[in-house]
Design a protein around this ligand. Structure first.
Ligand SMILES: [Zn+2]
Length: 156
C-alpha cells in the first residue's frame, strides 16, 4: 500500500527536521552573568532537585525537579534560569505546559546542553552555595527561544 510508504517517508522527514531544529537551538546564544554570549551547547547545565519530607501515614519522601542553572564555562558562575512572567499568569494555569515558560524551556533545551548535572539538595534554593546570578535573558528573549504563553493565560 502506497499510503504506508508515504507515512514512513513523512516519519523520516519529521525525524530529520527535529534534528535540524535541535541543532539550531543548541547554537542559540544567551547573555551570561559574565557579560559574554555563550551558546547552549557550550555550557553545562545543573538540574536542581529539592526534597519533600515524608508526611502523614502513607506519604513517602521524594525529590522534585527544581530550576535549571547554566554554568558559565569561563567563570563557573551559575545562571539561574528565571521567568517572572509566571506571576502574570492566572494561578490555576501556572503549572500547565502551555502557560509555563520554565517547563517549555526545560523540555526544549535541557538535553541540548553540553551535559546535564543532576544535583540533589535539601535547600530549595540550592544556588546559595555557589556564586549565582538570576538570569532573565530567556524571559526577555522568549520569541528567540520559541517560548510562548498561551494568550488566554494572562491575569486580567
Ligand atoms: Zn559566562
Amino acid at each position: 500500500m502506497n499510503l504506508c510508504k508515504e507515512l514512513e517517508r513523512l516519519d523520516k522527514e519529521r525525524e530529520e527536521l527535529v534534528k535540524k531544529v535541535d541543532t539550531a537551538r543548541s547554537r542559540l546564544k544567551f547573555k551570561c552573568a559574565c557579560g559574554k554570549m555563550h551558546s547552549i551547547q557550550s555550557c553545562d547545565v545543573v538540574q536542581t532537585h529539592w526534597y519533600t519530607a515524608p508526611h502523614g501515614c502513607t506519604g513517602g519522601d521524594y525529590w522534585n525537579e527544581g530550576e535549571l542553572q547554566i554554568v558559565c564555562p569561563d567563570t563557573a558562575i551559575r545562571n539561574r534560569v528565571m521567568f517572572d512572567s509566571y506571576f502574570q499568569v492566572q494561578w490555576q494555569l501556572r503549572n500547565d505546559y502551555a502557560y509555563n515558560l520554565e517547563h517549555q524551556f526545560s523540555r526544549k533545551y535541557k538535553d541540548l546542553f553540553k551535559s546535564v548535572i543532576d544535583e540533589h539538595d535539601n535547600d530549595r534554593c540550592a544556588g546559595g552555595k555557589y556564586a549565582s546570578f538570576n538570569n532573565y535573558y530567556f524571559e526577555k528573549k522568549k520569541e528567540k527561544f520559541g517560548l510562548k504563553i498561551k494568550s488566554d493565560g494572562y491575569e486580567k
